[in-house]
Design a protein around this ligand. Structure first.
Ligand code: SF4
Length: 369
């Protein structure tokens, strides 16, 4: 009953999204990875560019990782891109470029958790595999009236069992997408549109008036504060960049040279020599930015500096070519504060910054990005 109602509703109401036009497991996989923690509207242009440039797993596996990281710039959660490249190599080297069709086999690939394996197996191969993300968890918890924390432990286990029980039958792929779509479009965390819901008659949370309490709101852990200073140096139309270490924050991506702490120009001049290995001959405050990550709050002082041309540990990147570099949003945000208007225009990076962010530019007060 529930299953049939979900399928009927999905076929009538599903959004026309580019990744829904293909059952190619590669396309399904790329979209599922990009959609993790990221809004559909944000993903859409990235997905289209990505598929045009790397239309299959062999093309992706053969690519220079720096180019893939550059294409990912601004999408966030860069670990996804790293795991994707690792999985592409394994698929080419050990599976002759073909995806296994069973969730259990897919889970052996790098970056394939239970959700991703279930999504690819069901959507691409119509295998009866469950895929439970935040949307599906909310729908099933409400439908079955599961009280308490369903994000982990016994609550999460119960939700997975319910999804497993629902998976077998006609069109498992559509069923997976129906649950996800219902959570996204109708059974929203706040103000769900129960009057438009295909399973409202079976919904325990609705019949007991417990929709607001199921699932309980997540307690957000306080973000760890990370004070930094970013050094913006431009010389002959090129920007000084430092590649971040292979692990940790912004792994392998390019940022302006960063120093620990929100430093004054004088302190930064001393610290640059010690921590970065080059002397800066002048430093001026250029503003402050705040950048929020899932678990961290970065408060960054921006300093405009004079740096020598020959720094072996860093690279000078032409401003006009910055869009081809693997840079995270935080770099784009630092540049909004630290570059002149003319320099910024050369970078073409402005559209990468997130709309909700704000920066404080020296002498200008707060500006929306
Ligand atoms: Fe969600 Fe309302 Fe449908 Fe229940 S009736 S599953 S709360 S939208």
């Amino acid at each position: 009953m529930v299953r049939r109602a979900l399928l009927k509703w999905y076929r009538a109401h599903k959004r026309d999204l580019p990744w829904r036009r293909s059952k190619d497991p590669y396309a399904v996989w790329i979209s599922e990875i990009m959609l993790q923690q990221t809004r559909v509207d944000t993903v859409r242009p990235y997905y289209e560019r990505f598929m045009e440039r790397w239309p299959d797993v062999r093309a992706l596996a053969a690519e220079d990782p720096d180019n893939v990281r550059a294409a990912w710039s601004g999408l966030g959660y860069y670990r996804r891109a790293r795991m994707m490249l690792e999985a592409a190599s394994v698929l080419v080297e050990q599976h002759d470029g073909a995806f296994p069709s069973e969730a259990a086999e897919l889970r052996k690939l790098p970056g394939f958790g239970r959700y991703t394996a279930g999504a690819v197996a069901s959507i691409a191969f119509d295998r009866p595999a469950a895929a439970v993300d935040g949307n599906v968890t909310r729908v099933l918890a409400r439908l079955h009236g599961i009280e308490g924390d369903v994000s982990k432990g016994p609550g999460a286990k119960q939700v997975w069992s319910l999804a497993d029980a629902l998976a077998p039958g006609e069109s498992p792929g559509d069923l997976t997408q129906a649950l996800i779509e219902l959570g996204a479009l109708v059974c929203a965390s706040r103000n769900p549109r129960c009057e438009s819901c295909p399973v409202s008659a079976q919904c325990a949370a609705r019949s007991t008036g417990r929709i607001e309490q199921i699932p309980p709101p997540k307690k957000r852990a306080a973000k760890k504060l990370l004070p930094l200073t970013a050094l913006i140096a431009v010389r002959d139309g090129a920007l000084l960049l430092a590649r971040q270490p292979e692990s940790g924050l912004f792994a392998n991506l390019w940022c302006p040279p960063l120093l620990d702490g929100q430093l004054s120009p004088e302190a930064a001049m001393d610290e640059a020599a010690r921590a970065l290995g080059f002397e800066i001959s002048g430093a001026e405050p250029a503003g402050q930015i705040r950048h929020l990550l899932t678990h961290r709050q970065l408060d960054i002082n921006i300093l405009r500096i004079e740096a020598p041309a020959d720094i072996k540990s860093h690279r000078w990147a032409k401003l006009a070519e910055l869009k081809d570099w693997a840079i995270p949003s935080v770099t784009a945000k630092c540049l909004r504060a630290g570059l002149t208007q003319r320099e910024r225009a050369q970078t073409q990076l402005i559209e990468r910054s997130t709309a909700a962010s704000r920066i404080k530019t020296a002498g200008q007060g707060e500006l929306p990005l």
